[in-house]
Design a protein. Structure first.
Length: 336
């Protein structure tokens, strides 16, 4: 086996929930291809008008799912209904900079740093009045939920995390002295591209085409459709998308400062806090972004019960590529 209250006052908000229309392109794509996610709803936190999907019984145990980049909640178009049929209330928010999620104040820094993403999800639960949830995610969403589980363990019942422990150690010395293997570094070419003005311009002008390149390299065995890519591209049609994405990759490379409002949280993350709740971790055997492991290298970060699985045929976008494996992981985590 390998203070919610204080935070709620600082970054949370009273809930204002409604079923509102999303962008027309996104709404039509979701309606046609991903109707299992339900309509786009909105809730307000102190910082965001946060868009999300909800499926399942209102009184069911909550499962909170986090999507990655450059993807969208459509990654859970099969996972969410499958969990809803088992009695779970499934919440799938759009991360900041994606879909119909909006910053409420023009002066708020468009940060994409890990502490901001994790804090957003806790504020989201606060706004909906949800005390605890099962967390499940991958890539950006997985990192955000790992952060939330580590810093606010009382809010997390169980965790499913693709690629295991995703909390970044942003200490400059660690960043400089701990490069990944050359093959992994080369797979992350866009990390470095986005450090340049040329990369920012490319993301601004060609976000769908850039996403397609990342998808193909992240998941070489995934036979996604143009409709799948169109839905994800619609979620990129957001005025804050470029700022949030560029900041995410620059701050993780030590090339940009974080938002000062999260300095305390980032300081805690430098200590690589453990995940104490029961967890199931997954690696895709066809992941072109992070090579699959046996889970032992990350075992020290999980101090509660933990089970690790390697999923045949799965690339980096594991919930969409192998939804049954992800659903099974959630159900297994609940049993731990």
């Amino acid at each position: 086996m390998i203070s919610r209250r204080a935070f709620g006052k600082a970054v949370g908000a009273g809930a204002v929930v409604a079923s509102l229309p999303a962008f027309s392109a996104e709404a039509s794509a979701v309606s046609a291809v991903a109707s299992g996610l339900g309509p786009v709803r909105h809730v307000r936190t102190d910082l965001l008008d946060l868009a999300y999907h909800e499926v399942g019984p209102a009184r069911g145990d909550v499962v909170l799912l986090g999507h990655g980049w450059p993807y969208s909640p459509h990654a859970y178009a099969e996972v969410a209904p499958a969990l809803a049929r088992r009695g779970y209330r499934v919440l799938v928010p759009y991360l900041r900079g994606h879909g119909a999620t909006r910053f409420r104040d023009a002066t708020t820094m468009r940060s994409g740093q890990q502490a901001a993403l994790g804090a957003d999800l806790i504020a989201f639960l606060d706004a909906l009045g949800v005390e605890r949830a099962v967390f499940g995610g991958y890539d950006w969403g997985g990192r955000a939920l790992d952060v939330a589980a580590a810093l606010w363990p009382g809010r997390c019942r169980r965790l499913v995390s693709v690629n295991s422990y995703l909390i970044q150690n942003l200490d400059p010395g660690v960043l400089a002295s701990s490069p990944d293997a050359p093959g992994t570094e080369s797979a992350h070419w866009y990390f470095y591209f986005f450090l340049t003005d040329r990369g920012r311009t490319a993301l601004t002008r060609s976000r769908r085409d850039l996403a397609e390149v990342v998808w193909r390299r992240n998941s070489p065995q995934w036979r996604f459709t143009s409709a799948d890519l169109d839905i994800a591209a619609a979620a990129m049609d957001n005025p804050d998308y470029v700022d949030v994405v560029i900041h995410n990759y620059r701050v993780r490379q030590g090339a940009a400062p974080g938002d000062p409002r999260y300095a305390g949280l980032e300081a805690r993350l430098l200590a690589q806090p453990p995940i104490t709740v029961p967890a199931v971790t997954l690696d895709g055997l066809a992941d072109g972004s992070f090579p699959a492991t046996d889970g032992t290298a990350s075992a020290k970060h999980f101090t509660g019960p933990r089970v690790h699985h390697r999923v045949p045929g799965a690339g980096h976008n594991l919930p969409q590529e192998k939804p049954r494996a992800f659903v099974d992981a959630v159900l297994e985590a609940v049993r731990l």
